[in-house]
Design a protein around this ligand. Structure first.
Ligand SMILES: NC(=O)c1ccc[n+]([C@@H]2O[C@H](COP(=O)([O-])OP(=O)(O)OC[C@H]3O[C@@H](n4cnc5c(N)ncnc54)[C@H](O)[C@@H]3O)[C@@H](O)[C@H]2O)c1
Length: 410
């Protein structure tokens, strides 16, 4: 596959928010990765965001910096996709980076159909990065399959599509998958723990279940996806959805009290406030048991994450997936002692973009590691976990009094 003018990569950003332009909460910042990878090849056509002043200010900051001025000199702000399409008709766009919030995409319903709009208005775009989660709308009530079908057809052109599950690109993840494949191992257990640091999370929509879907759908989705990837969902070991069980610690329980929130949660309707902790387990088709614990619990700024894989003779433990130096601890059949491997300078966001750019350039046959159809399975699993925890809560409510659990026998 080649592009018409290999020296220029024309990019349109959807969303002027944190994922595309960075923030203090984490390492995400798509524009910086593209600037580094593409250098003078990058030509940003614009930013689509109904919050025009936010988009203007992001573009302004890029233009004010001599290092990025040239790439952003021709960028325009657009309030929506149809306006952008009309104004950019003369351009052939190489890549669209869709970092709008999840309530606006993933379905066929007007206002929640951004993917469908992009396919309609930019049928010839060659690359598409869609952020995770693919939506926040309940898959039991919205049509996500039509979107999956449309994107599969679009991708068959051929076009390059990636869903932003960047942790799949971590070197230690590749290492675990290659050892499992080399020894023909199916994991017995994949166990994931994701503890978020919450004081810097001040977006009230994130803390509202009905808008961003809740912390499992929006955030733990990264580790739910990693569990599927490491269990081998692509080699016949997909999740058995009806085995999902879950329980949560809710905002109104003694164990769910948070003392360092950076915004006023009392403004959020009580029944829409998010759980503080969710723990879940489920089975995969070839027998693997998976567990997930996600907590909105740590203070400070850094998350604490761990994912452990157990297979005959082997234990792998990947720690601090979000840091620039994740570690992988391996115990093998050869020894009782652990081998610890450090991975300095890991940047899975950059690796994901490198794969996308190389595929667009025709430099590599490697396709991005997460397709929309695959991400839909992760999405359905996060909703199954959310529903199972809500069901457990409903069942247990009769045995609770003033936020303190009783077992009904004392
Ligand atoms: N991969 C990661 O680690 C990671 C990290 C952060 C965010 N994300 C994902 O990125 C997405 C955006 O998150 P964020 O933190 O940037 O949110 P944000 O709230 O900081 O920014 C979102 C922006 O999108 C704009 N917007 C709203 N509706 C829009 C529409 N219809 N079209 C275009 N723009 C629209 C908003 O006005 C806002 O400026 C979410 O899906 C989130 O889960 C992923």
């Amino acid at each position: 596959m080649t592009i018409a003018d290999p020296s220029i990569v024309k990019v349109l950003f959807i969303g002027a928010g944190d994922i595309n332009f960075g923030c203090g909460e984490g390492p995400w910042n798509h524009s910086i990765r593209l600037e580094k990878i593409l250098g003078s090849r990058l030509h940003v056509l614009g930013v689509v965001d109904p919050n025009l002043s936010r988009a203007e200010s992001q573009i302004g900051a890029k233009r004010a910096d001599p290092k990025t001025h040239a790439a952003w000199a021709g960028a325009t702000v657009f309030p929506n996709v149809p306006h952008a399409a009309a104004a950019l008709e003369a351009h052939s766009i190489t890549l669209i980076v869709n970092g709008c919030p999840p309530p606006f995409r993933g379905t066929t319903l007007k206002g929640k159909d951004l993917d469908m709009q992009l396919m309609k208005h930019f049928p010839d775009v060659r690359g598409l990065l869609i952020e995770k989660p693919i939506s926040s709308s309940d898959p039991a009530h919205f049509d996500l399959e039509t979107v999956a079908f449309g994107l599969r057809e679009w991708q068959a052109k051929p076009s390059v599509l990636s869903v932003g599950y960047m942790l799949r690109y971590l070197s230690p993840v590749a290492k675990i998958r290659s050892v499992l494949a080399e020894h023909n191992l199916v994991p017995m257990c994949v166990s994931a723990r994701y503890f978020m640091a919450y004081p810097l999370a001040v977006n009230a929509q994130w803390w509202t279940k009905s808008i961003w879907g809740g912390p499992v759908v929006e955030q733990a989705t990264h580790f739910v996806d990693l569990v599927r990837f490491l269990a081998g969902s692509d080699v016949g070991n997909e999740v058995v959805m009806d085995t999902v069980q879950a329980s949560s610690v809710e905002w109104d329980e003694d164990a769910g009290v948070l003392g360092a929130q950076g915004f006023d949660e009392s403004l959020i309707q009580e029944d829409q406030r998010i759980p503080r902790l969710t723990t879940a387990f489920w089975k995969h088709q070839r027998g693997t048991v998976a567990t997930l614990t996600h907590g909105v619990a740590l203070q400070g700024a850094e998350y604490s994450t761990e994912i452990e894989i157990l297979a005959d003779g082997w234990r792998f433990k990947l720690q601090e997936a979000y840091s620039t130096c994740p570690t992988l601890t391996i115990r093998s059949p050869a020894s009782n002692d652990d081998t610890i491997i450090e991975y300095p300078n890991e940047d899975p966001f950059a690796t994901e973009f490198q794969v996308i750019v190389d595929a667009l350039d025709g430099q590599s046959d490697q396709q991005p590691l997460s397709s929309w159809t695959d991400a839909l399975q992760t999405y359905k699993l996060t909703w199954a976990i959310r529903r199972a925890s809500e069901e457990t809560r409903r069942r247990n409510k009769g045995t609770r009094h003033n936020g303190s659990a009783t077992n009904g026998t004392s």
